[in-house]
Design a binder for this molecule. Structure first.
Ligand code: GLP
Length: 240
């Protein structure tokens, strides 16, 4: 795992955005794996600004998001489809039909299979962006998720529901299940970039980087990936 540490959040977001832009420039038909949560919002803002000022072209790019809440349609303001449209897709020239976010409604078993199939058909993910939950989850792969898991429906742990309640009007509004790419799906990406900042993530980052590779800390599997990099601010890196 490569570790990049930045003095400011701004520098961190700029570096992650530059890495994504380089990937798109090198391969205009690349496949990007994208994430939600508060962490990537400013990275996406950098992509939008670069597109506006320098015209980086997304017309042939495909994207696959990590996850979606079960029960929320894409029109729901807290759905991850809505988030992606709002924070990125509506502001760059990517055709919406080339953007994929798992559906959290309908036949979910079928949705999981179709999602894996769609990733395969496009030749796999070139660069997967990740955040990290304070319990070490990546996507919505909670502690205990098997290493060989693929896109599946998962039950969210209490701590994740509590952490994500800040985006809803209350904890009881947070869906209890989600559709998420599995650990194995994530590990098959050619490059992985995880970004994290702030003191509350420091212990999680230490466990993921310095602890054993264990299903109890889902992000620790990144230690086994040949091209995974962590982009951290000094606070998130404080315990390394
Ligand atoms: C959610 C998402 C994760 C994300 C995590 C961290 O649980 N499913 O993909 O990494 O939140 O969120 P934040 O970036 O807001 O700390």
């Amino acid at each position: 795992m490569k570790i990049h540490i930045f003095q400011t959040k701004e520098a961190l977001h700029q570096a992650v955005a530059e890495r994504i832009i380089d990937t798109v420039k090198q391969n205009p038909s690349c496949v990007l794996g994208l994430s939600t949560g508060s962490s990537p919002i400013d990275t996406y803002a950098n992509l939008i600004e670069d597109h506006r000022t320098k015209g980086t072209d997304y017309s042939k790019v495909s994207t696959f998001n990590l996850d979606e809440y079960v029960g929320l349609p894409g029109s729901h303001p807290q759905s991850y489809r809505y988030f992606m449209n709002q924070y990125l897709f509506h502001h760059v020239n990517i055709p919406l039909e080339q953007t994929h976010v798992p559906s959290g409604i309908g036949d979910l078993e079928k949705e999981c299979e179709t999602y894996e199939e769609a990733i395969r058909k496009r030749g796999g993910i070139d660069l997967q962006l990740l955040g990290i939950g304070t319990n070490g989850h990546i996507g919505f792969n909670e502690p205990g998720t098997p290493r060989n898991s693929r896109t599946h429906v998962t039950r969210l742990l209490k701590e994740t529901i509590a952490a994500n309640a800040r985006f809803f009007s209350g904890e009881e509004e947070v869906p209890t299940e989600a559709v998420t790419m599995g650990i194995q799906t994530i590990l098959e990406a050619k490059q992985i970039v995880l970004l994290a900042y702030g003191g509350p993530k420091a212990a999680t980052i230490r466990n993921a980087v310095k602890g054993p590779v264990t299903e109890e800390v889902p992000a620790s599997v990144l230690q086994t990936h040949p091209d995974a990099a962590l982009y951290l601010d000094e606070e998130a890196a404080a315990l390394l």
